[in-house]
Design a protein around this ligand. Sequence first.
Ligand code: NAD
Length: 356
Amino acid sequence: MKIAILPGDGIGVEIVAEAVKVLKALDLKFEMETALVGGAAYAAHGHPLPESTLELAKQADAVLFGAVGDWKYDKLERALRPEQAILGLRKNLGLFANFRPAICYEQLTHASSLKPELIAGLDILIIRELTGDIYFGQPRGRRTAVDGHFPGADEAFDTMRYSRPEIERIARVAFEAARKRNKRVTSVDKANVLETFQFWKDIVSEVGKDYPDVALDHMYVDNAAMQLVKEPKKFDVVVTGNMFGDILSDEAAMLTGSIGMLPSASLNANNQGLYEPSHGSAPDIAGKGVANPLATILSGAMMLRFSLNQEEAARRIEAAVKKVLAQGLRTPDIWSEGTTQVGTQEMGAAVVKALV
Ligand code: NAD
């Protein structure tokens, strides 16, 4: 088993170090190799995703990724910005299925801005299609409008599109995932307005016929955004396209109130995957030793489960995280009265110690 370790920028370096510490403590046999990505790779090699980093990621069974980005790179041309590394990895590895669990830990219910009774015990999984939709559709660009409300004016445009196989494969991923959970899938679309999403809805329904044991319902994206804050626990698995998934998965993440707790996984058809926390590189707190490493440590658990077939080890990590929370240990982002504030390294060490 080979893991590519790509810490990236900002707090990425600090939190990945803690996740690596936890993985090493498991005594499993895997090879780990580290490479630069994002702004750090641009600074050293002039590109956010150098060929050598991409090659390493391709050869590995899984990639453990920290975060990329820093305000100092915001003026670079788009193709050289750190965030392009993630898009490049998704595209080159064919990572079409993004898993974003939103779990509310018992001890952290107060961290949510919603009433505790709405989110206590929350456990939903948002599955976002990651390689299609308006984010990748061609043509796109700027031109002079020949029609529309202002012919002759400058305009910009993007293309929303999905093919049948793209929808079928993400729908299958969602139904399979639901089978291992509470057997409910909500497909989110905008079929009332968009041709692409009427097609999406039709195909998800067709695929659903192969999974009679899983209940399927359809919801418009605007309603889904409302229901997620009104009654989030009624969802189990939510499957949607790239753009709606981008927005809804962040909304779902915030239900738990603690972005530092949320792992994510992006998988291809061979279960090769990229595992990363749901948050960014947090340049505001980078280097201060206060970042919460738990999302990255939990991403390591997802990696063991989905790409490395080590379910038991994944559960050991998840149980250790629950244990340190029960012990009252908190990084500043999740700290509250009566709990003990710890830094990034102390939190990592506590998880290692809590492994049984
Ligand atoms: P961010 O997620 O980095 O930070 C948002 C807020 O959450 C900040 O106040 C930050 O301090 C806090 N935060 C985030 N992770 C934390 C953690 N583990 N522990 C404690 N606090 C944490 O989002 P942003 O500020 O909008 O973006 C910063 C940079 O990250 C930008 O360059 C952006 O492009 C990039 N970014 C990268 C990714 C990625 O690598 N996948 C995702 C989102 C943003």
